[in-house]
Write a protein that binds this ligand. Structure first.
Ligand code: MRU
Length: 361
């Protein structure tokens, strides 16, 4: 079942007329509805409240957001184009801080604007073609989306080899088609293993406070026909102790040069449990999720979200107004707890700092 998480709607040769169309993930699993973002504010809000979320999907959203912000441009020189592109990119950079894929994609768009500007301004005085600049920027955003599709399939192929037939996989949050252009990272491994003829069963941590595991992963896995069991986050220890799980597989929002992995809050705890019970803990993430400028996960910025997500989830008060709430959206799993990281290039094994340097440095 193809899931079109995010797409550019409109003729690729007429960027000024197109818009971003995405699944409103806050409405799942009750209803599958799409929203259309015709201005940067609507897309920024969609990112902020998690209508679109998941690291690779945020990269695609950011890239398309830059085009959206330039639809009305009157830039008449390369310099003006670069300035406007930087401004729109800076705006989307304020949406969510942890997933580095967003910044990676914004940087790609900024580089594309510079490349076009250099070509136009340093060329043979043929004049600056604003429409051509927009077309090239849209083409770049569409390329980010296309590459993500291919990347997810490559990760799936590499990761599927790690799973024995009849494996039961525990996952956390949603690192599936809904978190990427399609197919997914962690869930892509499950899909690829199933496509390779293996019988795979999934357990999804519901993933408090916003329930991406229960609402999104369980939704797409059951749509794909994968037998799926939802558990509350605090049941993972028991399920692991009962020997029901063969592998824990998660995605990531940012991986530091030493192999420390930021992912949805609760992932770190799960890694400790997996280690305690001798179950492999795999992280599946594209190369664009690595931030080699950070030598340790301690330096990864962790988003803190509004208290009401914890104390009044989905509109129901579950904690007194008087109580303080701490709501970090992500945590960092130390490299020592990670059995392997699967990228589109292959499987990275410990010592992770060295394998990362060798393969990606
Ligand atoms: O807050 P979210 O829903 O954007 O968090 C998403 C995750 O933590 C995912 O596991 C991560 O982005 C990897 S997605 C392939």
């Amino acid at each position: 079942v193809p899931i079109t998480t995010i797409e550019w709607s409109g003729d690729a040769s007429k960027p000024r007329e197109g818009h971003v169309r995405l699944i409103d993930q806050t409405r799942l699993p009750v209803e599958l509805v799409h929203i259309e973002c015709r201005d940067t504010e609507t897309l920024w809000e969609a990112i902020k409240v998690l209508r679109v979320r998941g690291a690779p999907a945020l990269g695609v959203a950011g890239a398309m957001g830059v085009v959206l912000g330039l639809r009305g441009t009157k830039a008449a020189t390369g310099e003006e184009l670069v300035k406007e592109t930087d401004e729109v990119a800076a705006y989307f950079a304020t949406s969510r801080p942890t997933a580095v894929n967003l910044f990676w994609a914004l940087d790609r768009m900024k580089a594309k604007a510079r490349e076009f500007a250099a070509k136009a301004d340093g060329g043979f005085d043929t004049g600056f073609d604003t429409e051509e600049a927009l077309r090239e920027l849209l083409a770049e955003a569409l390329e980010v989306l296309k590459e993500d599709r291919e990347t997810c399939r490559a990760m799936g192929r590499h990761g599927a080899e790690l799973l024995p037939d009849e494996a039961t996989v525990l996952t956390h949050c949603n690192a599936g088609a809904l978190a990427t252009a399609d197919y997914g990272t962690a869930l892509g491994v499950i899909y690829a293993a199933v496509e390779a003829g293996k019988k795979i069963t999934a357990y999804c941590d519901e993933t408090r406070p916003l329930l991406q595991g229960a609402r999104l992963s369980a939704w797409e896995l059951t749509q794909a026909g994968v037998p799926t069991t939802v558990i509350c986050d605090n049941m993972a220890a028991v399920v692991l102790r009962q020997g029901k799980i063969d592998a824990v597989i998660v995605g990531s929002d940012r991986i530091a040069a030493n192999g420390d992995v930021a992912n949805k809050i609760g992932t770190y705890g799960l890694s400790v449990l997996a280690k305690e019970h001798g179950v492999p803990f795999y992280v599946v993430a594209p190369v664009s999720t690595f931030d080699l400028t950070l030598d340790s996960g301690d330096k990864i910025p962790i988003e803190e979200r509004p208290p009401d997500e914890v104390a009044m989830p989905f509109g129901v008060r579950t904690a007194p107004k008087e109580a303080e709430v701490y709501n970090p959206a992500f945590d960092v799993t130390p490299a020592a707890n990670v059995t392997a990281i699967v990228t589109e290039k292959g499987v990275l094994r410990p010592p992770l700092a060295e394998s990362i340097k060798e393969q990606l440095g």
